[in-house]
Design a protein around this ligand. Structure first.
Ligand code: MG
Length: 158
């Protein structure tokens, strides 16, 4: 057994009238996240947690936001590529714990669909994918619905 922990953080700005993707699914919202890819803050935080645990640098190193190849890309594809990268180093995912900070809409109704999507991308049971959600109590840019943030921690085993 060769256990490794990793963590990742991601932030995206929010704007009105663009789609919002979190945890691999689209969520109905007044605001969407701005980014070079589909700006899925949770999948990006998970990518960085996995890369960190395998000591493979960070998401920006592998998928440059200057590269037109990744313009508007579905972040599920990025996470799949990250899983391949950690597998080439002999690792597999044991579990994920994560938190999304978003003032609105409420994410709890969407969490089971996110868990299913992420579990299948990581090739693990849904029970091994924890997703928590919290608001920012109307404080600062997150509380004013100007930005969204996600934290993810993971355990890998070789
Ligand atoms: Mg990002």
């Amino acid at each position: 057994m060769n256990l490794r922990i990793g963590y990742g953080i991601d932030v995206h700005r929010l704007e009105k009238n663009i789609p919002l993707f979190i945890g691999g699914i689209q969520i109905k919202s007044e605001h969407g996240a701005v980014g070079h890819s589909d700006a899925d803050v949770l999948l990006h935080a998970i990518c960085d947690a996995l890369l960190g645990a395998a000591n493979l640098r960070d998401i920006g190193t592998h998928f440059s936001d200057k590269d037109p190849k990744y313009k508007g890309i579905d972040s599920k594809i990025l996470l799949q590529e990250v899983v391949q990268l950690i597998e080439t180093k002999g690792f597999h995912v044991v579990n994920i714990d994560s938190t999304v900070i978003l003032e609105s809409p409420k994410l709890s109704p969407h969490i089971p669909a996110m868990q299913r999507t992420i579990a299948s991308l990581l090739k693990i049971e849904e029970d091994a994918v924890s997703i928590k959600a919290t608001t920012h109590e109307k404080v600062d840019s997150f509380g004013e619905t100007k930005a969204i943030k996600a934290y993810a921690a993971c355990l890998l085993n070789k």
